[in-house]
Design a protein around this ligand. Structure first.
Ligand code: WT7
Length: 528
């Protein structure tokens, strides 16, 4: 098998080329601080970081997790972890103690890298994580000193193409989040698609608005895109339309990768605002994460003179699978066509392939480079993703006569709120931890701006008053314990949740009720 280390591919190869002094990252901090980091600097900083991890005793395939906002340490730290041969994991900075505990416990992470501001959330669960040996705080004297003393030369682990490189936790309908493991070779597909779909060229300034706490940030903000030698803008701060336009203008961004909710929020701020900025550098705009309807695409055309190109993929696919790309006619509202090397199809529940225009499960022929290789510690779960040699996405779609794919909806109960994937079970579990709650059923409720919002149906303990104040308290409770982005924006108290005879909450019924739809077959219901 071939030796391959994704960090070498992404950064060192550029650092050893004529691109060595080219800017890899244009970083802008939340407080406005600006930094430029060249490919050579990224290479040396990640070497140093790798040396530091070694000094803490990290071994091949140990798990190193990052719980950081979009700061430079996250970028070179992640690359440094790959260089040691460890498995690097990231966690979105909005996560609360429960979400952190679930991930660090399941992965048995040995080292966690965080900052001063986020550390208190780890402290809350530290005693429950006996295998977490070190918590590195990037501002601490201890870490700063180790970094300063560390060699900027590092003997890179001799990882092979199929060795695990990074993992991300993602949510399904049931159970706790699952650890999706990707191998070093994933970078081949990420690089290829960054070229074809993002159309990155030597002189491009590229801005990906995603966070490396999610897969988009890893595949197209660190690995695939840096490997092409693109200069990447990283903005740590929060979204406002003014800030985003200012960034596009100031850095002369030419290629932009963002998400439908952000586009809808920009649209809501109006076209006049866009026109106040000089965005003449912008030449290509792309989107991912949730359905991109014709409306925001049309608005984009009006505001920027360009179309947003939709791309479809998942944490599990590790890279883009279906996309609109330059040279291919855009059909507004379609996700585009499968990328080269990717075989897509639509199948029924038994795995039989369906014909054109017939909606069903979107599936991909097993075996592309960035396909997940494992669900951490859950081999049966991993197997359950595959049917007759096809990987089953959990999404429903259909194919038209020209080979374009159209998104229909999720086949399961997974919620997509502002493009972020949330498992109803995790939110329900967080709610029932509250002393006033007996049971909870959670659904995604369609929302014009966010795609979906999280709505919870809650039954309360006897003697607890169903007040508006309690609703707020429950929302806050989930926000703090689970995640800042995964809390119910709407709560309804109900007497009893619809359940199957075996006691499973029927979210399908809650959703139908919410949408005012026919409730469908209720023959397995306990009583309703
Ligand atoms: C789910 C994957 C992979 C990037 C970030 C999301 C939905 C993703 C599209 C699209 C309609 C989309 C699907 C998918 N999704 N892209 N272009 N059109 N839906 O990764 O968090 O693993 O979510 O996002 O439901 O399964 P993720």
């Amino acid at each position: 098998m071939k030796y391959l280390n994704a960090a070498v591919e992404a950064v060192d190869k550029n650092a050893q080329s004529e691109r060595r002094n080219k800017v890899a990252l244009y970083w802008e901090g939340e407080d406005g601080t600006k930094k430029k980091i060249t490919f050579l600097e990224m290479s040396l900083l990640s070497n140093k970081f790798a040396s530091v991890l070694k000094s803490y005793g990290i071994q091949r395939e140990d798990r190193v997790f990052f719980f950081l906002p979009r700061v430079p340490e996250l970028f070179y730290g992640f690359l440094g972890a790959l260089k040691t041969g460890a498995i690097a994991g990231t966690m979105f900075a909005a996560f609360g103690p429960q979400a952190l505990q679930d991930r660090l416990d399941n992965s048995d992470a040995k080292i966690l890298v965080t900052n001063q501001a986020l550390k208190p959330r780890i402290d809350k669960v530290r005693s429950k994580l006996p295998n977490l040996k070190h918590v590195i705080v990037i501002e601490s004297d201890a870490f700063q000193k180790r970094m300063a003393d560390a060699s900027n030369q590092f003997r890179i682990a001799q990882t092979q193409e199929e060795d695990p490189a990074f993992m991300l936790y993602t949510s399904g309908t049931t159970g706790k989040p699952k650890g999706v493991v990707h191998v070093h070779k994933a970078i081949y597909h990420q690089q290829k698609t960054a070229k074809l779909v993002l159309d990155l060229q030597e002189d491009d300034i590229y801005w990906c608005t995603a966070d490396p706490g999610w897969v988009t940030g890893i595949a197209y903000e660190i690995l695939g895109t840096l490997s092409l030698g693109a200069s990447t803008v990283v903005h740590e701060g929060r979204f406002t339309p003014e800030t985003w336009y200012r960034i596009l203008q100031e850095y002369k961004v030419s290629v932009w990768y963002t998400a439908p909710t952000a586009i809808r929020m920009l649209a809501a701020a109006g076209t006049d605002l866009v026109k106040k900025y000089d965005l003449s550098s912008l030449r290509h705009m792309t989107s991912v994460g949730e359905p991109l309807n014709p409306e925001p695409i049309k608005w984009g055309k009006k505001a920027f003179g360009l179309y947003f190109y939709d791309t479809y993929w998942q944490t599990e696919t590790g890279g883009m699978m279906i996309a609109n790309r330059p040279g291919l006619k855009i059909k507004l509202g379609s996700m585009g066509k499968p990328l080269p090397g990717i075989e897509a199809a639509v199948a029924d529940d038994k795995g039989n392939l369906l014909k054109v225009k017939q909606p069903g499960n979107l599936v991909f022929k097993k075996g592309w480079d960035s396909m997940m290789r494992k669900i951490w510690r859950r081999p049966k779960k991993y197997e359950s993703y595959f049917k007759k040699g096809w990987y089953v996405t959990g999404d429903q779609a259909y194919k038209d006569e020209d080979g374009y794919y159209w998104f229909v909806g999720r086949a399961d109960d997974v919620i997509k709120t502002s493009g972020e994937r949330v498992g109803p079970f995790e939110v329900e579990s967080a709610l029932v931890d509250h002393p006033a709650v007996v049971e909870a059923g959670v659904i995604g409720k369609p929302d014009k701006l966010r795609g979906e919002i999280i709505k919870a149906f809650v039954t309360l303990k006897k003697d607890v008053k169903p007040t508006e104040k309690l609703k707020e308290e429950l929302s806050e409770f989930v926000k703090h314990h689970l995640a800042g982005h995964a809390y119910p924006r709407e709560i309804e108290f109900i007497e009893r949740l619809p359940k199957t005879r075996s006691g499973k909450i029927m979210r399908r019924i809650l959703k139908a009720k919410e949408l005012g739809l026919d409730i469908g077959d209720t023959s397995t219901l306990e009583e309703y």
